[in-house]
Design a protein around this ligand. Structure first.
Ligand code: CMC
Length: 384
């Protein structure tokens, strides 16, 4: 007698592959052997990007060469610029959101990349660097189009983080804003077999190309249960503020949350499939974001205080902790970044993790093709 196969819903607990890139554990988050708090305190985003893509920490000359390559690849082909010129209309007057524009922008890039059909390791590394350099330019140009401004050209004198902020606003960021952005990108860069990375590996496992795998990954990251949670977390705090009024009244916040619990609504930016005792990235970003809020003034401190009250109630009543997207929402808001760009900025970082995984998949490939437990109708005849 054969027993019916059972499925792990959401693949919970399933070990779906091997990787040398990252380890997400209850007690730690490690990129290629380095702990996340160590990287957040001591490494720049470009160093982390190199570590993930190449496999080792760069020497100073390797880092300088890597940065120069990224700077040289920031400009976009004319056809992508043409598309982005119309992106403001698509967002402002139609149904597009920035994550969709970014997904299409990456897809158009594939038509114009000389390496796009080549999955060889050298071609994949060249494409990884190009995508890493080009994605902030897509985000910047798109934001300028949404705001009805001319595009801001990439600034070769600026780091990945500072250039991203400048292209969105036209202004040089302060060193403090650059630092907060940089650390947030370090924190977001990689997270083993999360949904978008797994998507990218599935596409790569068919011998699909890097741009295709990244396009699919962007679509997966957009969802609110994954990367879209940083926007959703900020939207939720705005909803709470609208409903409770200008003061952080704990009783009103508690009532708001009890209503959400009663309606079985998920609070955005809380919970995690792996981390059940807290996300290691969250307190790092929270501390930085709060400092930025203190520098910006009362309105922003009050936002963090609201978030801290929500967090305390979640922890006390549900034993559920914030994930990195919760402080990210408050932090990017404090920095004046438009909410619909929070998840595209996540992409500007996670592109490194995706590309590292796509290269790892191509280097030791086997088609990812699991089985499923069939629970549909028993066999029947079409004609009867
Ligand atoms: N708000 C309220 N209750 C929650 C939440 C939440 N955010 N997260 C989990 N729970 C409850 C859930 O209702 C369930 O309760 P019960 O056992 O009574 O039914 C219990 O905790 C276990 O949750 P689960 O949904 O089985 O856990 P999961 O591993 O399937 O879900 C998750 C993980 C991230 C999808 C979920 O926590 C969630 O929907 N969170 C909100 C969205 C979010 O913040 N996503 C970002 C994820 S991490 C970073 C990233 O990917 O960008």
């Amino acid at each position: 007698m054969t027993t019916a196969p059972t499925a792990a819903k959401g693949l919970e607990g399933v070990i779906a592959g091997e990787t040398e890139i990252c380890n997400v554990e209850q007690t730690s988050l490690i990129y290629r052997g380095y702990e996340i708090a160590d990287l957040a305190a001591n490494a720049s985003f470009e160093e982390v990007a190199y570590l993930l893509l190449v496999g080792e920490k760069p020497t100073s000359s390797e880092l300088a060469a890597f940065k120069a390559e990224l700077v040289a690849e920031r400009a976009l082909p004319a056809q992508v610029c043409e598309f982005l010129k119309g992106s403001g209309d698509l967002v402002n007057n139609h149904n597009a959101v920035p994550m969709d524009i970014l997904r299409t922008g990456v897809s158009i890039l594939s038509h114009l990349d000389g390496d796009s059909q080549d999955n060889a390791p050298e071609a994949n590394l060249r494409k990884s660097k190009r995508l890493l350099a080009q994605i902030p330019t897509i985000i910047g140009h798109m934001q300028n189009s949404i705001d009805g401004r001319d595009f801001v050209a990439p600034d070769a004198s600026l780091s990945h983080s500072a250039n991203l902020l400048k292209m969105m606003t036209g202004e040089n960021p302060t060193p403090e804003a650059e630092k907060v952005m940089d650390v947030s990108l370090v924190l977001y860069a990689e997270h083993d077999y999360n949904a978008s990375t797994f998507t990218s590996r599935i596409i790569a496992s068919t011998l699909g190309d890097m741009h295709g795998a990244v396009t699919g990954a962007i679509a997966a990251l957009k969802g609110k249960l994954h990367g879209g949670a940083n926007e959703a977390a900020m939207d939720m705090l705005s909803d709470i503020r609208r409903d409770i009024g200008p003061e952080n009244d704990t009783a009103k916040i508690t009532e708001w949350m009890h209503n959400a619990f009663a309606e079985k609504r998920k609070l955005m930016g809380f919970g995690h499939r792996v981390y059940k005792n807290g996300d290691h990235r969250a307190p790092i970003l929270h501390a930085l974001g709060r400092k930025a809020a203190e520098a910006r003034g009362d309105e922003f401190v009050k936002l963090f205080e609201l978030g801290e009250t929500v967090q305390k109630i979640m922890e006390d009543e549900k034993n559920i902790y914030p994930n990195v997207d919760f402080p990210c929402g408050m932090t990017y808001f404090t920095m004046g970044i438009p909410v619909p760009q929070y998840t595209p900025i996540f992409v500007a970082s996670r592109i490194t993790g995706w590309c590292a995984h796509i290269m790892e998949q191509h280097a030791n490939n086997r088609l990812i093709r699991p089985r499923v437990a069939y629970v549909g109708p028993a066999l029947r005849n079409w004609k009867s």
